[in-house]
Design a protein around this ligand. Structure first.
Ligand code: IMP
Length: 427
């Protein structure tokens, strides 16, 4: 298989980092194509734990080319800090890094604007990561106030454009929050010229680079961030992120056509989690939810927020699998459920007394959905040392088989612990 993609099928945090890391050594190029430093991947490598946010997982390995493609929004300050932190733990970045000149740039006003907007929404806040992701994508769509990586290298134009933008942003931000401190365009320009100089050797046309890699028969791995249910077009709008975080984003975010992808791996947790606002039909606001949170260490990698936890939702996840078009599934964190007497899978919703397996398109319908739960026996056995499918307890195997049946895709991988060895290859 030469072109593989790894996409989350739930609301993010499916532990995609581990799968990407496992697959990285079978690939030559690893590509991030959407989102920004709202993402958080924890990767264990050579006995150390790395928290990656913007950098593709390939960065830890020698000989791998990592690409931050055009659909990503880049906070250069955060990117440079991440590069420095990898260097301080790992000597230096092991692989090459290329950054798209078409990727849009996050500026301090994006964070400030987002903070003001979220504050004004009060109880209806989206619960964003406050990284300026949505406000940067908003400017990208609006075009007039957008700056791309490539623009950083045309300083005269940039200075003029930034002065106009910052003027407007100060007006908007102070209209919404009169106490907000105005931003200074010259200071921002100077700061960003400094970042631009440091990043310059890595900034290129990644579109051309990826097509050349395809022509040269390089093995490419696409690394999705967030999950399919947070997709701006298909997810639980407005409680979504601002990019196409389902498989739909690969083409638009990288310029590589979908038809070249040989294998699409959908990653799911053995249960469900969500951070931020929005309906969550299988949420467990009780001691079982707290148990899952504690055992699964369900706290945000980026923001540290406790994640909302609930049963596996096959209606929502099945929808994620369909829009992303998966060939197979990786079930992560199965060991987290090992101590429970019984486990549940939601295989339908009841909305206004009607049973359905269709995932509602409107958030108000989803808010009304009551989960129809399939009760299954727990396995009450430590499975963290299991490496062969035949050694899984019968109940755990039945649980995995139910996920496969409901998502209509084979489960190829089951993960029973964070380390690489804690992986069961099912086929
Ligand atoms: P934003 O991406 O910061 O705009 O946040 C929008 C929504 O997406 C919020 O509910 C966030 O919690 C969620 N979100 C963003 N990035 C991630 C992620 O990497 N994992 C899980 N949720 C995320």
């Amino acid at each position: 298989m030469s072109v593989t993609s790894v996409v989350g099928l739930q609301w993010g945090d499916e532990a995609k980092g581990k799968i990407v890391d496992l697959l990285t050594e079978q690939h030559d190029v690893v590509v991030r194509y959407q989102g920004g430093n709202n993402a958080g991947h924890t990767v264990r490598f050579a006995g150390k734990t790395y928290k990656l946010s913007l950098l593709p997982a390939g960065i830890l390995r020698e000989g791998i080319t990592s690409v931050i493609a055009s659909g990503v929004v880049i906070n250069p300050k955060a990117l440079l800090a991440e590069i420095d932190s990898i260097a301080s733990q790992n000597g230096a970045m092991k692989g090459n890094l290329w950054i798209s000149d078409r990727a849009h740039v996050i500026f301090p006003y994006h964070m400030q604007e987002e903070a003001v907007l979220e504050k004004r929404r009060k109880g209806e806040a989206i619960g964003t990561t406050m990284r300026g992701i949505g406000t940067c994508y908003r400017d990208k769509a609006g075009r007039t106030h957008a700056i791309r990586m490539g623009d950083l290298y045309y300083p005269e134009n940039l200075k003029r454009h930034l002065a106009e933008i910052v003027d407007d942003k100060n007006l908007i931000i102070r209209a919404l929050d009169p106490e907000a401190q105005p931003l200074d365009a010259t200071a921002i320009f100077d700061e960003y010229q400094n970042y631009a100089a440091k990043l310059k050797p890595m900034v290129t046309d990644t579109n051309t680079l990826l097509h050349k890699a395809l022509r040269d028969k390089k093995r490419i791995l696409f690394e999705g961030a967030q999950g399919s249910l947070l997709d701006i077009d298909h997810g639980t709008f407005p409680y979504v992120t601002s990019s196409n975080s389902s498989g739909c984003g690969i083409h638009s975010g990288s310029g590589v056509p979908e038809r070249v992808i040989d294998r699409m791996i959908g990653v799911v947790k053995a249960y469900t989690t969500r951070v931020g606002g929005g309906p969550f039909p299988t949420e467990l606001d009780n001691e079982i939810g707290q148990h899952i949170r504690d055992v699964g260490h369900e706290y945000g990698t980026v923001t540290g927020r406790p994640r909302r936890c609930g049963w596996f939702d096959a209606v929502a996840t099945g929808f994620g699998a369909r829009i992303s078009g998966v060939d197979c599934i990786a079930v992560m964190l199965l060991d987290v459920l090992s101590q429970l007497d019984e486990v549940m899978i939601c295989d339908a919703y009841e909305i206004d007394g009607e049973r359905t397996t269709d995932f509602p398109s409107h958030v108000s319908e989803l808010a009304k959905a009551k989960p129809v739960l399939r009760k299954m026996p727990g396995w009450k056995t430590d499975i963290t040392n299991v490496t062969r499918p035949g050694d899984l307890p019968k109940a755990a195997r039945a649980y995995v088989d139910a996920i496969s049946e409901l998502l209509e895709a084979p489960v190829d991988i089951v993960s029973v612990g964070p380390d690489r060895e804690r992986t069961i290859y099912m086929r």
